[in-house]
Design a protein around this ligand. Structure first.
Ligand SMILES: *Cc1c(COP(=O)(O)O)cnc(C)c1O
Length: 418
């Protein structure tokens, strides 16, 4: 059992709560840096490996800046994410634009920024050509269809809306060659939040084999293989985090076995993990404000799904601890709930916890990815601030809390605060 902790003493966290009030997201710069360095070290056998951080996991430019400093690229999937990446200083092939059902304005921006454009569907190709947006570096997203794995978040590949069939990939690669595009990549993303190293290794094997087949059958060299994101994190204390080194070694072996024999030993290699990079280094800190006893025991907290959707959206587990009560026995069963008028606005359901009294500080763990990012304003809920615990120990506010003005900003109506 791994004990889930927060990189601040009880006193220091209390001080933060005093200063800012709850709720807030807190991120740990040092943890993020050390973590991404470990991932990179596992792939350091490859001279041109790059992790493109999936911006959608946590689109805060202060965090993106940290990852840029660590040598990551940015994986963007929308126009605002492209704008963010550019503002943070990512340039050209440090950005991969991996979208689907893509709007023209998004392709236009990706083309203008000279990013790697990762095309989700073959039907987009004539359009890109017609608009004169053929990129220098193009990539194609592969969907292998039924392969017997996949999971609840991303679905089974044959049911997933993403990517092209094998025949379409071959046709797309031939097309790119015909357009005289000199640099062609292959991409896939078929698992999400997996701690199963076999699944990840199988994905690498599938992609390397695809590149080898294209080389054999079409005589076309692939320049870049992007294995996508999908590395899971140990949300539950009894789960074991993925061993990056083991993963890197397995990919290295497959790379040598499959690509080297066809002369493809210098194909660039990429991952685009989001969750694994920042997920474990974020916490949502909230206060217990109500105790309600009906058919169950409820603890009402001062945050809601607006700040963390995952439990409500797909029943995801987020570990929850009570500040100063790590050693108190978990002999109470609670539903820990937000204030939304939706019954799935629960952070924990029938969870054994220490006895909670009003004013207790509750810490939701592993909220550094798909936490703030997924937030929304349903029910007029305003999203919390984001704080960064810097490597030097100082805390910086990297996003202020939302205000009524923010909420009403898009309305042109009298007597509303704007
Ligand atoms: C969501 C997504 C990622 C990141 O996934 P994680 O599970 O956060 O690693 C990477 N690439 C694409 C195309 C995605 O949609």
């Amino acid at each position: 059992m791994m004990k889930k902790s927060i990189p601040l003493s009880e006193a220091a966290l209390c001080e933060l709560v005093q200063e800012y009030g709850t709720p807030f997201h807190l991120y740990d710069e040092k943890g993020i840096r050390e973590n991404v360095r470990q991932l990179q070290a596992a792939f350091s056998w490859h001279p041109r490996f790059r992790e493109y951080y999936a911006v959608k996991a946590n689109p805060n430019p202060y965090l993106m800046e940290i990852l840029r400093e660590e040598g990551c690229g940015a994986d963007c999937s929308s126009l605002p994410e492209l704008v963010l990446a550019h503002a943070v200083g990512f340039r050209d092939d440090e950005i991969i634009f991996s979208s689907n059902n893509t709007a023209p304005a998004e392709y236009e921006r990706a083309y203008q920024d000279n990013t790697i454009i990762n095309v989700d569907d073959i039907s987009h190709l004539p359009d890109l050509k017609e608009r004169d947006w053929l990129p220098e570096k193009i990539c194609f997203r592969y969907n292998p269809g039924a392969i017997g794995y996949g999971n609840d978040i991303i679905g089974h590949p044959e049911e997933a809306k993403y990517g092209m069939t094998k025949e379409q990939i071959f046709a797309a690669v031939r097309w790119a060659k015909k357009q005289n595009i000199q640099w062609i990549g292959l991409h896939t993303m078929i698992v999400s939040n997996t701690l199963d190293i076999e699944e990840l290794a199988q994905t690498a094997k599938m992609m390397f084999t695809l590149a080898a087949e294209i080389c054999h059958e079409e005589g076309i060299r692939i320049d870049f293989i992007d294995l996508g994101g999908g590395i899971g994190i140990a949300y539950r204390p009894d789960e074991i985090p993925l061993d990056y080194q083991d993963y890197g070694n397995r990919v290295r072996k497959l790379y040598g076995e499959i690509l080297a024999p066809c002369g493809l030993q210098d194909v660039a290699l990429a991952l685009e993990c989001g969750r694994a990079i920042t997920g474990p280094y974020g916490w949502l800190v909230t206060s217990a404000i109500h105790y309600k006893h009906t058919y169950r025991n409820y603890i009402g907290v001062d945050t809601s799904m607006a700040d963390l959707m995952r439990p409500g959206m797909y029943g995801a587990y987020h570990h929850l601890t009570v500040l100063g009560k790590d050693d108190v026995p978990c002999d109470h069963i609670y539903d820990v709930v937000g204030s939304l008028c939706e019954n799935n606005d629960k952070f924990a359901v029938q969870r054994p916890l220490p006895e909670i009294v009003m004013g207790d500080i509750l810490i939701l763990h592993d909220t550094g990815a798909h936490g703030y990012a997924m937030g929304f304003n349903y029910n007029g809920k305003l999203r919390a601030r984001e704080l960064l615990l810097k490597s030097n120990g100082q805390v910086q506010q990297i996003r202020r809390p939302e205000t009524l003005r923010d909420y009403f900003a898009t309305l042109d109506y009298p007597d509303l605060p704007r």
